[in-house]
Structures are given as structure tokens and as C-alpha cells.
Design a protein around this ligand. Structure first.
Ligand code: NAD
Length: 255
């Protein structure tokens, strides 16, 4: 359990789901982890959960990653407290789900693009010079099955735009990072059971059955399914892996 021993990681969105799963897995694999979240109560609960497992999770919360000054404060805290940054996992994101007829331009479309794209750009830009200085680093971004496929019955227009952008920009980041040994990859999950998806799974009749039916492996994803891949991508095992996209989707997009 030391695949990330000696590495310092920033993991965003530790208050829920995939960010939380990655933070706890990285700690178990020996990394020093600084988390953050917009929701201070949720972030503190994850810190507490780590502590109950005998793990020490550092966290900056509340932290709103759409605000450049909050992102800079997160990076400054990590450098001051831990002395460097080797890994950035951009799990935090927020998107509005609405069909085109009723999508509000400012409060839904623009907010989704900011909440899914700007948060990735700002965090990558903030860690970039420090990874350069350190002689390399690993960035893991989250696209989605929705970067490849329409989502029937769901108002995912802005989300598809956001995740398509993350997929494309991560390839470009990998190209720009190559000379500095900064690797950048995406994970594109299909439906993972998290705080973001649980309400719809619980409340919309037939939704859970419909999405599960699309999985070749007949179950939905878990945060740990994703965290194992993130662990690989963050580790030296993936030293030759960059500009790659890992479709972790139980086979859902391969039919
Ligand atoms: N769950 C899925 O099925 C699924 C599928 C494909 C892609 N993804 C992507 O994986 C990532 C994680 O998804 P999840 O389902 O775990 O989400 P989630 O909503 O369960 O957790 C996201 C966390 O990020 C925090 N957050 C949101 N915006 C923030 C901001 N501006 N600043 C700081 N913190 C912020 C939230 O408070 C929350 O705790 C996202 O990028 C998401 O789009 C998820």
C-alpha cells in the first residue's frame, strides 16, 4: 500500500463521491493529500472519516474553485505546509441539468461551463509552475461518458459541453506539459453512485434500472472503482501515460 509514497497530492471536491474516494485511496497508498471543497461541512466529514481510518487528511475549506484567489490560496497552503505538488486531481465540478428549451443562459449554461471547465483551468494553471519547478507532475481530470454519448431523457446539454471541453483541453495540457514531464490524463466515467447522482437514482422511477442495463458489467460504478484508476495515473507506474482517456464505464459506451 505505498504506490504513492512520498508524493504530495491536491484533490478537489473531497466532500463527496469521486473526490472523496480518491483522497481516501491516495492516503491509503501513502500520499500526502490536501483536499478542498466548497462545502465545509462535507469536507470536514471526510477529514473525520479519514481520521477514523487512522489517516491524516489536510483540507482547505470552504474553497470555491471558480474564484482564482481561492485556488491560489489552496496552492499556497499546500506549498507552505507540504513543500511541493506532485499530483492534481480535479474532481470538483458542478453542472445544471436542463433541456435547451428552458436552459437559462446565465444561471445554468454559463454557471455550468464555469463550474466544469474554469475550475479545471484555474487549478491546472495554479499548480503548473510548481510542477515545472519540481521536474514533473500528474494531472487527472474528469471528462464523462457524456463527452462521447448523448444522455437520453436527461437535460445534459451544458454538461456535455463542459465534459467535452475537459476531454479536449486535457490532451492539449498533455502536449504543453510534455517537455516539463507534466502528464495529463482524463477519466471518463459512466454513472457512478455519488452525492451528485444518488437523488436521481433514488427518486426517478426506472432510472436506476435503465442506466444499469447499459453496463456490460451489470452494476453501477463506485468512487473506489474510479480511485483505483486515479491511483495508477498518479503513480510512477503510469510514467509513459499522458493525453490518454480512460473510459471507466462498465462497458456502457462500447455497445
Ligand atoms: N458521478 C458520476 O456518475 C460521474 C460521471 C461522469 C463524470 N463525473 C465527474 O466526476 C467528478 C466528480 O463527480 P461526483 O459525482 O463525485 O460529484 P459530487 O457532486 O458527488 O462531488 C463533487 C464535490 O465537489 C464540490 N464542488 C463543486 N463545485 C465546487 C467548486 N466550485 N469549488 C470547490 N468544490 C466544489 C462539491 O461540493 C462536492 O462535494 C465531476 O467532475 C463529475 O462531473 C461523475
Amino acid at each position: 500500500m505505498d504506490r504513492l509514497k512520498g508524493k504530495i497530492a491536491i484533490v478537489t471536491g473531497i466532500g463527496s463521491g469521486i473526490g472523496k474516494g480518491c483522497a481516501l485511496r491516495f492516503l491509503a497508498e501513502g500520499a500526502t493529500v490536501v483536499g478542498c471543497d466548497l462545502d465545509p461541512v462535507a469536507a470536514a466529514a471526510t477529514v473525520q472519516e479519514a481520521s477514523q481510518r487512522g489517516l491524516s487528511l489536510d483540507s482547505v475549506h470552504p474553497c470555491n474553485l471558480t474564484r482564482p484567489e481561492d485556488v491560489q490560496a489552496l496552492v499556497a497552503h499546500t506549498l507552505q505546509r507540504h513543500g511541493g505538488i506532485d499530483i492534481l486531481v480535479n474532481a470538483a465540478a458542478w453542472g445544471a441539468f436542463e433541456f435547451i428549451e428552458s436552459m437559462d443562459y446565465q444561471s445554468q449554461w454559463k454557471t455550468t461551463l464555469t463550474g466544469e471547465i474554469d475550475v479545471v483551468f484555474l487549478a491546472c494553471q495554479a499548480v503548473w509552475p510548481h510542477m515545472q519547478q519540481r521536474g514533473g507532475g500528474a494531472i487527472i481530470n474528469f471528462a464523462s461518458a457524456n463527452a462521447y454519448q448523448a444522455l437520453p431523457g436527461s437535460g445534459a446539454l451544458a454538461h456535455c459541453a463542459g465534459k467535452g471541453a475537459v476531454l479536449a483541453m486535457t490532451r492539449q495540457l498533455a502536449m504543453e506539459g510534455g517537455p516539463h514531464r507534466i502528464r495529463a490524463n482524463t477519466i471518463s466515467p459512466a454513472l457512478v453512485v455519488t452525492g451528485a447522482t444518488q437523488p436521481r437514482l433514488d427518486n426517478e422511477p426506472g432510472f436506476r434500472e435503465a442506466v444499469t442495463a447499459k453496463m456490460m458489467i451489470g452494476r453501477l460504478g463506485t468512487p473506489d472503482d474510479i480511485a483505483w484508476c486515479a491511483t495508477y495515473l498518479a503513480s510512477d507506474e503510469a510514467g509513459w501515460v499522458t493525453a490518454a482517456d480512460f473510459r471507466l464505464d462498465g462497458g456502457a459506451t462500447a455497445w
